[in-house]
Design a protein around this ligand. Structure first.
Ligand code: FAD
Length: 381
Protein backbone atom coordinates (compact mmCIF):
# COMPACT_ATOMS: atom_id res chain seq x y z
CA UNK A 1 0.00 0.00 0.00
CA UNK A 2 1.23 3.50 -0.88
CA UNK A 3 2.15 5.70 2.07
CA UNK A 4 1.51 8.95 0.19
CA UNK A 5 -1.39 9.93 -2.09
CA UNK A 6 -2.89 12.99 -3.74
CA UNK A 7 -6.45 11.91 -2.94
CA UNK A 8 -7.68 9.14 -0.67
CA UNK A 9 -11.23 7.92 -1.33
CA UNK A 10 -12.80 6.10 1.63
CA UNK A 11 -15.43 3.53 0.66
CA UNK A 12 -15.54 0.85 -2.02
CA UNK A 13 -19.23 1.08 -2.85
CA UNK A 14 -20.55 2.30 -6.17
CA UNK A 15 -20.13 5.96 -5.18
CA UNK A 16 -16.50 5.67 -4.01
CA UNK A 17 -15.50 3.61 -7.05
CA UNK A 18 -17.22 6.05 -9.42
CA UNK A 19 -15.44 8.98 -7.74
CA UNK A 20 -12.03 7.25 -7.86
CA UNK A 21 -12.50 6.43 -11.55
CA UNK A 22 -13.60 9.96 -12.44
CA UNK A 23 -10.69 11.53 -10.55
CA UNK A 24 -8.23 9.34 -12.45
CA UNK A 25 -10.04 10.03 -15.73
CA UNK A 26 -9.50 13.75 -15.13
CA UNK A 27 -5.78 13.05 -14.81
CA UNK A 28 -5.42 13.12 -11.02
CA UNK A 29 -2.40 10.98 -10.12
CA UNK A 30 -1.92 8.88 -7.00
CA UNK A 31 -5.54 8.25 -6.07
CA UNK A 32 -5.93 5.56 -3.40
CA UNK A 33 -9.25 3.92 -2.50
CA UNK A 34 -9.70 2.24 0.88
CA UNK A 35 -12.44 -0.30 1.60
CA UNK A 36 -12.75 -2.00 4.98
CA UNK A 37 -14.30 -5.15 3.47
CA UNK A 38 -14.88 -6.25 -0.15
CA UNK A 39 -16.11 -3.92 -2.94
CA UNK A 40 -19.93 -3.55 -2.84
CA UNK A 41 -20.13 -4.97 0.69
CA UNK A 42 -22.16 -1.96 1.92
CA UNK A 43 -25.51 -0.64 0.71
CA UNK A 44 -24.47 -1.04 -2.93
CA UNK A 45 -24.40 -4.84 -2.91
CA UNK A 46 -27.59 -4.96 -0.83
CA UNK A 47 -29.76 -2.61 -2.86
CA UNK A 48 -32.86 -3.06 -5.02
CA UNK A 49 -30.85 -2.08 -8.13
CA UNK A 50 -33.55 0.22 -9.55
CA UNK A 51 -32.52 2.99 -11.94
CA UNK A 52 -35.14 5.63 -12.70
CA UNK A 53 -35.22 9.07 -14.25
CA UNK A 54 -38.71 9.83 -12.93
CA UNK A 55 -38.01 12.49 -10.33
CA UNK A 56 -39.80 15.66 -9.30
CA UNK A 57 -36.84 18.06 -9.08
CA UNK A 58 -34.93 19.16 -12.13
CA UNK A 59 -31.57 18.36 -10.58
CA UNK A 60 -32.49 14.77 -9.72
CA UNK A 61 -33.93 14.32 -13.22
CA UNK A 62 -30.68 15.69 -14.63
CA UNK A 63 -28.37 13.52 -12.51
CA UNK A 64 -30.51 10.42 -13.12
CA UNK A 65 -30.74 10.89 -16.88
CA UNK A 66 -27.02 11.66 -17.19
CA UNK A 67 -26.36 8.52 -15.13
CA UNK A 68 -28.70 6.52 -17.36
CA UNK A 69 -26.71 7.63 -20.43
CA UNK A 70 -23.63 6.24 -18.74
CA UNK A 71 -25.34 2.98 -17.72
CA UNK A 72 -26.50 2.56 -21.34
CA UNK A 73 -22.95 2.88 -22.69
CA UNK A 74 -21.07 1.64 -19.63
CA UNK A 75 -18.62 -0.81 -21.21
CA UNK A 76 -17.75 1.57 -24.07
CA UNK A 77 -17.26 4.62 -21.85
CA UNK A 78 -15.15 2.77 -19.30
CA UNK A 79 -13.46 0.64 -21.96
CA UNK A 80 -14.10 -2.60 -20.12
CA UNK A 81 -15.63 -5.93 -21.01
CA UNK A 82 -18.42 -6.23 -18.47
CA UNK A 83 -22.16 -6.69 -18.75
CA UNK A 84 -23.93 -4.57 -16.12
CA UNK A 85 -27.23 -6.39 -16.88
CA UNK A 86 -29.10 -3.18 -17.58
CA UNK A 87 -32.74 -4.12 -18.08
CA UNK A 88 -34.59 -1.12 -19.54
CA UNK A 89 -38.07 -2.55 -19.41
CA UNK A 90 -39.49 0.46 -17.62
CA UNK A 91 -40.33 1.69 -14.14
CA UNK A 92 -44.00 1.87 -13.18
CA UNK A 93 -44.85 4.26 -10.34
CA UNK A 94 -48.28 3.51 -8.90
CA UNK A 95 -50.65 6.24 -7.64
CA UNK A 96 -53.31 5.40 -5.05
CA UNK A 97 -54.84 8.88 -4.60
CA UNK A 98 -55.74 11.87 -6.76
CA UNK A 99 -53.16 13.91 -4.88
CA UNK A 100 -50.45 11.41 -5.78
CA UNK A 101 -51.53 11.38 -9.41
CA UNK A 102 -51.48 15.20 -9.52
CA UNK A 103 -47.92 15.12 -8.22
CA UNK A 104 -46.97 12.60 -10.94
CA UNK A 105 -48.40 14.98 -13.55
CA UNK A 106 -46.24 17.83 -12.20
CA UNK A 107 -43.19 15.56 -12.10
CA UNK A 108 -43.72 14.51 -15.70
CA UNK A 109 -43.66 18.17 -16.79
CA UNK A 110 -40.25 18.54 -15.14
CA UNK A 111 -39.08 15.27 -16.70
CA UNK A 112 -40.21 16.33 -20.17
CA UNK A 113 -38.19 19.55 -19.88
CA UNK A 114 -35.15 17.23 -19.90
CA UNK A 115 -36.52 14.94 -22.62
CA UNK A 116 -37.17 12.05 -20.23
CA UNK A 117 -39.79 9.97 -22.06
CA UNK A 118 -42.23 9.43 -19.18
CA UNK A 119 -46.01 9.15 -19.54
CA UNK A 120 -49.09 9.16 -17.31
CA UNK A 121 -51.19 5.98 -17.47
CA UNK A 122 -54.70 4.93 -16.50
CA UNK A 123 -55.02 1.80 -14.33
CA UNK A 124 -56.11 -0.13 -17.45
CA UNK A 125 -53.01 1.01 -19.33
CA UNK A 126 -50.84 0.05 -16.36
CA UNK A 127 -52.37 -3.43 -16.45
CA UNK A 128 -51.52 -3.72 -20.14
CA UNK A 129 -47.86 -3.27 -19.18
CA UNK A 130 -48.10 -5.61 -16.16
CA UNK A 131 -50.99 -8.03 -16.82
CA UNK A 132 -50.57 -9.60 -13.36
CA UNK A 133 -50.95 -6.29 -11.53
CA UNK A 134 -53.83 -5.97 -9.07
CA UNK A 135 -55.35 -2.61 -10.07
CA UNK A 136 -57.90 -2.49 -7.22
CA UNK A 137 -57.62 1.00 -5.60
CA UNK A 138 -55.17 2.13 -8.30
CA UNK A 139 -55.92 5.68 -9.50
CA UNK A 140 -53.24 5.89 -12.20
CA UNK A 141 -49.53 5.47 -12.80
CA UNK A 142 -46.43 7.11 -14.23
CA UNK A 143 -44.19 5.13 -16.52
CA UNK A 144 -40.85 5.58 -18.24
CA UNK A 145 -39.91 2.80 -20.64
CA UNK A 146 -36.22 3.77 -20.50
CA UNK A 147 -35.94 3.17 -16.73
CA UNK A 148 -35.36 -0.21 -15.12
CA UNK A 149 -32.61 -1.88 -13.16
CA UNK A 150 -28.96 -2.96 -13.42
CA UNK A 151 -26.51 -5.12 -11.50
CA UNK A 152 -24.84 -3.03 -8.75
CA UNK A 153 -21.95 -5.48 -8.29
CA UNK A 154 -21.07 -5.32 -11.98
CA UNK A 155 -21.30 -1.52 -12.04
CA UNK A 156 -19.07 -1.14 -8.97
CA UNK A 157 -16.52 -3.69 -10.16
CA UNK A 158 -16.57 -2.03 -13.57
CA UNK A 159 -15.69 1.34 -12.07
CA UNK A 160 -13.00 -0.29 -9.89
CA UNK A 161 -11.46 -2.14 -12.83
CA UNK A 162 -11.39 0.99 -15.03
CA UNK A 163 -10.02 3.07 -12.13
CA UNK A 164 -7.20 0.57 -11.58
CA UNK A 165 -6.37 0.64 -15.28
CA UNK A 166 -5.98 4.44 -14.93
CA UNK A 167 -3.62 4.02 -12.00
CA UNK A 168 -5.88 4.08 -8.92
CA UNK A 169 -4.65 1.86 -6.09
CA UNK A 170 -7.54 -0.08 -4.54
CA UNK A 171 -6.97 -1.54 -1.09
CA UNK A 172 -9.67 -3.93 0.06
CA UNK A 173 -9.96 -5.11 3.67
CA UNK A 174 -8.27 -1.87 4.69
CA UNK A 175 -10.13 0.01 7.38
CA UNK A 176 -9.77 3.71 8.10
CA UNK A 177 -9.19 4.15 11.82
CA UNK A 178 -8.42 7.87 12.03
CA UNK A 179 -8.11 11.04 10.03
CA UNK A 180 -5.23 13.25 11.10
CA UNK A 181 -5.55 17.02 10.80
CA UNK A 182 -3.47 20.00 11.87
CA UNK A 183 -4.71 23.60 11.91
CA UNK A 184 -7.90 22.57 10.10
CA UNK A 185 -6.01 20.98 7.20
CA UNK A 186 -5.53 17.30 6.43
CA UNK A 187 -2.33 15.43 7.22
CA UNK A 188 -3.43 11.94 6.26
CA UNK A 189 -5.37 8.80 7.00
CA UNK A 190 -4.54 6.10 9.52
CA UNK A 191 -5.62 2.60 8.47
CA UNK A 192 -5.26 -0.84 10.01
CA UNK A 193 -2.44 -1.38 7.49
CA UNK A 194 -0.51 1.85 7.94
CA UNK A 195 -0.59 5.62 7.49
CA UNK A 196 -1.20 7.41 4.16
CA UNK A 197 -0.05 11.00 3.95
CA UNK A 198 -2.48 13.07 1.86
CA UNK A 199 -3.99 16.55 1.59
CA UNK A 200 -7.34 15.49 0.15
CA UNK A 201 -9.80 12.88 1.42
CA UNK A 202 -13.20 12.03 -0.05
CA UNK A 203 -15.45 10.16 2.38
CA UNK A 204 -17.92 7.99 0.45
CA UNK A 205 -18.52 5.47 3.19
CA UNK A 206 -22.30 5.13 2.88
CA UNK A 207 -23.99 4.52 6.23
CA UNK A 208 -20.68 4.90 8.09
CA UNK A 209 -19.76 8.33 6.66
CA UNK A 210 -20.72 10.26 9.81
CA UNK A 211 -18.42 8.08 11.92
CA UNK A 212 -15.49 8.79 9.64
CA UNK A 213 -15.96 12.57 9.49
CA UNK A 214 -16.16 12.53 13.30
CA UNK A 215 -12.51 11.39 13.24
CA UNK A 216 -11.80 14.86 11.77
CA UNK A 217 -14.15 16.44 14.37
CA UNK A 218 -16.92 17.08 11.84
CA UNK A 219 -20.50 16.27 12.83
CA UNK A 220 -22.68 15.74 9.78
CA UNK A 221 -26.49 16.08 9.93
CA UNK A 222 -27.03 12.55 8.62
CA UNK A 223 -28.04 9.23 10.11
CA UNK A 224 -28.32 5.60 9.06
CA UNK A 225 -31.34 3.34 9.06
CA UNK A 226 -31.88 -0.36 8.31
CA UNK A 227 -33.81 -1.25 5.16
CA UNK A 228 -34.71 -4.89 4.56
CA UNK A 229 -35.06 -6.65 1.23
CA UNK A 230 -35.47 -10.20 -0.11
CA UNK A 231 -34.98 -12.37 -3.18
CA UNK A 232 -37.16 -15.24 -4.40
CA UNK A 233 -36.49 -18.34 -6.43
CA UNK A 234 -36.21 -17.87 -10.17
CA UNK A 235 -39.44 -18.29 -12.16
CA UNK A 236 -40.56 -17.55 -15.69
CA UNK A 237 -40.80 -13.88 -16.61
CA UNK A 238 -44.04 -12.27 -15.41
CA UNK A 239 -42.88 -8.73 -14.62
CA UNK A 240 -41.06 -6.49 -17.07
CA UNK A 241 -40.81 -3.06 -15.38
CA UNK A 242 -39.71 -2.24 -11.88
CA UNK A 243 -42.82 -1.52 -9.77
CA UNK A 244 -42.91 1.11 -7.07
CA UNK A 245 -45.50 2.78 -4.91
CA UNK A 246 -44.63 5.57 -2.48
CA UNK A 247 -47.96 5.41 -0.62
CA UNK A 248 -48.45 1.61 -0.61
CA UNK A 249 -44.72 1.54 0.23
CA UNK A 250 -43.23 -1.19 -1.92
CA UNK A 251 -40.75 -1.79 -4.72
CA UNK A 252 -40.44 -4.98 -6.70
CA UNK A 253 -38.54 -6.12 -9.78
CA UNK A 254 -37.84 -9.37 -11.60
CA UNK A 255 -34.19 -9.85 -12.41
CA UNK A 256 -33.04 -11.11 -15.83
CA UNK A 257 -32.43 -14.55 -14.21
CA UNK A 258 -36.08 -14.70 -13.07
CA UNK A 259 -35.81 -14.01 -9.31
CA UNK A 260 -37.90 -11.26 -7.75
CA UNK A 261 -36.21 -8.66 -5.57
CA UNK A 262 -38.46 -6.60 -3.32
CA UNK A 263 -38.52 -4.37 -0.28
CA UNK A 264 -40.32 -1.57 1.48
CA UNK A 265 -39.41 1.43 3.66
CA UNK A 266 -39.58 0.58 7.37
CA UNK A 267 -41.86 2.51 9.71
CA UNK A 268 -40.52 3.79 13.05
CA UNK A 269 -37.12 2.24 12.40
CA UNK A 270 -34.54 3.60 14.88
CA UNK A 271 -31.37 5.25 13.65
CA UNK A 272 -28.84 2.41 13.74
CA UNK A 273 -26.20 0.34 12.01
CA UNK A 274 -28.25 -2.83 12.44
CA UNK A 275 -28.23 -5.01 9.31
CA UNK A 276 -30.03 -8.05 10.71
CA UNK A 277 -33.13 -9.52 9.09
CA UNK A 278 -36.50 -9.68 10.82
CA UNK A 279 -39.51 -12.00 10.71
CA UNK A 280 -41.81 -8.94 10.64
CA UNK A 281 -40.32 -7.85 7.33
CA UNK A 282 -40.80 -11.28 5.79
CA UNK A 283 -44.43 -11.41 6.87
CA UNK A 284 -45.34 -7.84 5.84
CA UNK A 285 -43.43 -8.05 2.57
CA UNK A 286 -45.20 -11.29 1.62
CA UNK A 287 -48.62 -9.73 2.27
CA UNK A 288 -47.81 -6.57 0.32
CA UNK A 289 -46.28 -8.38 -2.65
CA UNK A 290 -49.01 -11.00 -3.04
CA UNK A 291 -51.71 -8.30 -2.87
CA UNK A 292 -49.96 -6.31 -5.60
CA UNK A 293 -48.98 -9.28 -7.80
CA UNK A 294 -51.26 -12.23 -6.90
CA UNK A 295 -49.28 -14.87 -8.89
CA UNK A 296 -46.46 -14.41 -6.37
CA UNK A 297 -48.42 -16.31 -3.73
CA UNK A 298 -46.77 -19.63 -4.52
CA UNK A 299 -43.25 -18.38 -5.05
CA UNK A 300 -40.50 -19.41 -2.62
CA UNK A 301 -38.30 -16.87 -0.86
CA UNK A 302 -34.63 -17.77 -1.09
CA UNK A 303 -32.95 -15.20 1.11
CA UNK A 304 -33.52 -11.94 2.96
CA UNK A 305 -31.00 -9.35 4.06
CA UNK A 306 -30.69 -5.69 5.01
CA UNK A 307 -28.58 -2.65 4.26
CA UNK A 308 -28.23 0.91 5.47
CA UNK A 309 -29.89 3.99 4.02
CA UNK A 310 -27.85 7.07 4.82
CA UNK A 311 -30.26 9.95 5.29
CA UNK A 312 -29.78 13.73 5.21
CA UNK A 313 -32.32 16.34 6.44
CA UNK A 314 -33.96 16.61 3.00
CA UNK A 315 -33.29 12.96 2.08
CA UNK A 316 -31.15 14.21 -0.81
CA UNK A 317 -27.44 13.59 -1.35
CA UNK A 318 -24.66 15.69 0.08
CA UNK A 319 -21.85 15.93 -2.47
CA UNK A 320 -19.67 18.61 -1.01
CA UNK A 321 -16.47 19.96 0.37
CA UNK A 322 -16.34 20.46 4.14
CA UNK A 323 -15.50 24.10 4.76
CA UNK A 324 -14.09 23.55 8.27
CA UNK A 325 -11.34 21.14 7.16
CA UNK A 326 -9.39 22.02 4.06
CA UNK A 327 -9.22 19.08 1.68
CA UNK A 328 -12.09 17.08 3.22
CA UNK A 329 -15.06 16.11 1.02
CA UNK A 330 -18.15 13.93 1.48
CA UNK A 331 -20.56 12.10 -0.81
CA UNK A 332 -23.33 10.73 1.40
CA UNK A 333 -27.02 10.96 2.35
CA UNK A 334 -28.22 9.06 -0.71
CA UNK A 335 -31.31 7.51 0.96
CA UNK A 336 -32.67 4.97 -1.57
CA UNK A 337 -31.20 6.44 -4.74
CA UNK A 338 -27.42 6.34 -4.54
CA UNK A 339 -26.97 3.54 -7.02
CA UNK A 340 -28.90 5.21 -9.83
CA UNK A 341 -27.12 8.56 -9.32
CA UNK A 342 -23.58 7.22 -8.78
CA UNK A 343 -22.28 7.70 -12.34
CA UNK A 344 -23.12 11.44 -12.35
CA UNK A 345 -22.11 11.88 -8.69
CA UNK A 346 -18.64 10.55 -9.51
CA UNK A 347 -18.24 13.19 -12.22
CA UNK A 348 -19.55 15.91 -9.92
CA UNK A 349 -17.26 15.04 -7.03
CA UNK A 350 -14.23 14.85 -9.34
CA UNK A 351 -15.08 18.42 -10.48
CA UNK A 352 -15.38 19.60 -6.87
CA UNK A 353 -12.08 18.01 -5.77
CA UNK A 354 -10.13 19.38 -8.75
CA UNK A 355 -11.78 22.81 -8.47
CA UNK A 356 -13.06 22.63 -12.06
CA UNK A 357 -16.32 24.12 -13.29
CA UNK A 358 -19.15 21.76 -12.35
CA UNK A 359 -20.33 19.55 -15.22
CA UNK A 360 -23.89 19.65 -13.82
CA UNK A 361 -25.77 22.71 -12.61
CA UNK A 362 -26.92 21.25 -9.27
CA UNK A 363 -26.78 22.27 -5.61
CA UNK A 364 -25.89 19.41 -3.28
CA UNK A 365 -23.51 21.18 -0.94
CA UNK A 366 -23.58 20.69 2.83
CA UNK A 367 -24.00 24.40 3.49
CA UNK A 368 -27.52 24.36 1.96
CA UNK A 369 -28.83 23.27 5.36
CA UNK A 370 -27.27 26.34 7.01
CA UNK A 371 -28.78 28.53 4.28
CA UNK A 372 -32.19 26.95 4.92
CA UNK A 373 -32.32 25.62 1.34
CA UNK A 374 -34.03 22.28 1.72
CA UNK A 375 -34.42 20.39 -1.59
CA UNK A 376 -38.10 19.52 -1.95
CA UNK A 377 -38.10 16.24 -3.85
CA UNK A 378 -41.56 14.60 -3.82
CA UNK A 379 -40.51 11.24 -5.29
CA UNK A 380 -38.18 10.00 -2.61
CA UNK A 381 -38.24 6.75 -0.66
P1 FAD B 1 -21.91 1.87 0.28
O1 FAD B 1 -22.24 0.97 -0.84
O2 FAD B 1 -22.50 1.59 1.61
O3 FAD B 1 -20.34 1.87 0.38
C1 FAD B 1 -19.65 2.42 1.47
C2 FAD B 1 -18.45 1.57 1.73
O4 FAD B 1 -17.65 2.19 2.72
C3 FAD B 1 -18.82 0.19 2.28
O5 FAD B 1 -18.40 -0.80 1.36
C4 FAD B 1 -18.10 0.11 3.61
O6 FAD B 1 -17.57 -1.17 3.89
C5 FAD B 1 -17.01 1.16 3.44
N1 FAD B 1 -16.52 1.69 4.72
C6 FAD B 1 -17.27 2.07 5.78
N2 FAD B 1 -16.48 2.45 6.78
C7 FAD B 1 -15.20 2.32 6.35
C8 FAD B 1 -13.92 2.52 6.94
N3 FAD B 1 -13.78 2.96 8.22
N4 FAD B 1 -12.80 2.27 6.21
C9 FAD B 1 -12.91 1.81 4.93
N5 FAD B 1 -14.10 1.59 4.33
C10 FAD B 1 -15.22 1.83 5.02
N6 FAD B 1 -30.41 2.91 -4.65
C11 FAD B 1 -30.85 2.97 -5.92
O7 FAD B 1 -30.39 3.82 -6.69
N7 FAD B 1 -31.81 2.11 -6.38
C12 FAD B 1 -32.38 1.18 -5.57
O8 FAD B 1 -33.24 0.42 -6.01
C13 FAD B 1 -31.95 1.11 -4.23
N8 FAD B 1 -32.48 0.20 -3.38
C14 FAD B 1 -31.98 0.07 -2.11
C15 FAD B 1 -32.45 -0.95 -1.28
C16 FAD B 1 -31.88 -1.15 -0.02
C17 FAD B 1 -32.39 -2.27 0.85
C18 FAD B 1 -30.81 -0.32 0.41
C19 FAD B 1 -30.17 -0.54 1.75
C20 FAD B 1 -30.36 0.72 -0.39
C21 FAD B 1 -30.94 0.93 -1.65
N9 FAD B 1 -30.50 1.94 -2.50
C22 FAD B 1 -30.93 2.01 -3.79
C23 FAD B 1 -29.53 2.93 -2.03
C24 FAD B 1 -28.13 2.58 -2.53
O9 FAD B 1 -27.84 1.24 -2.24
C25 FAD B 1 -27.11 3.48 -1.84
O10 FAD B 1 -27.53 4.83 -1.88
C26 FAD B 1 -25.75 3.38 -2.53
O11 FAD B 1 -25.39 2.03 -2.72
C27 FAD B 1 -24.71 4.10 -1.72
O12 FAD B 1 -23.45 3.77 -2.23
P2 FAD B 1 -22.16 4.19 -1.44
O13 FAD B 1 -20.99 3.78 -2.25
O14 FAD B 1 -22.29 5.61 -1.03
O15 FAD B 1 -22.25 3.39 -0.05
Amino acid sequence: MKNKANVVVIGGGVVGCSIAYNLAKKGVKDVVLLEKSYLSSGATGRCGAGVRQQWGTKQNCLLASESMNIFENFADILQIKRDIELKQKGYLLLAYSDKELEQFKKNIEVQHSLNIPSVLLTPKEAKEIVPNLNIEKLVGAAYCAKDGHANPFQVTLGYAEAAQRLGVEINKFTEVKDIKTKNDALLGVQTNKGFIECKKVVVAAGGWTQNITKMAKIDLPIYSERHEILVTESVKSILDPMLMSFSYNIYCQQEPVGSFIMGYGPENEPHSYNMESSWKFLETMSKKATWLLPPLKNIRIIRQWAGLYNISPDRQPIVSQINQVEGLYVACGFSGHGFMLAPAVGILMADIVTGDKLTYDVILDLERFNRGEIIEEPSVV
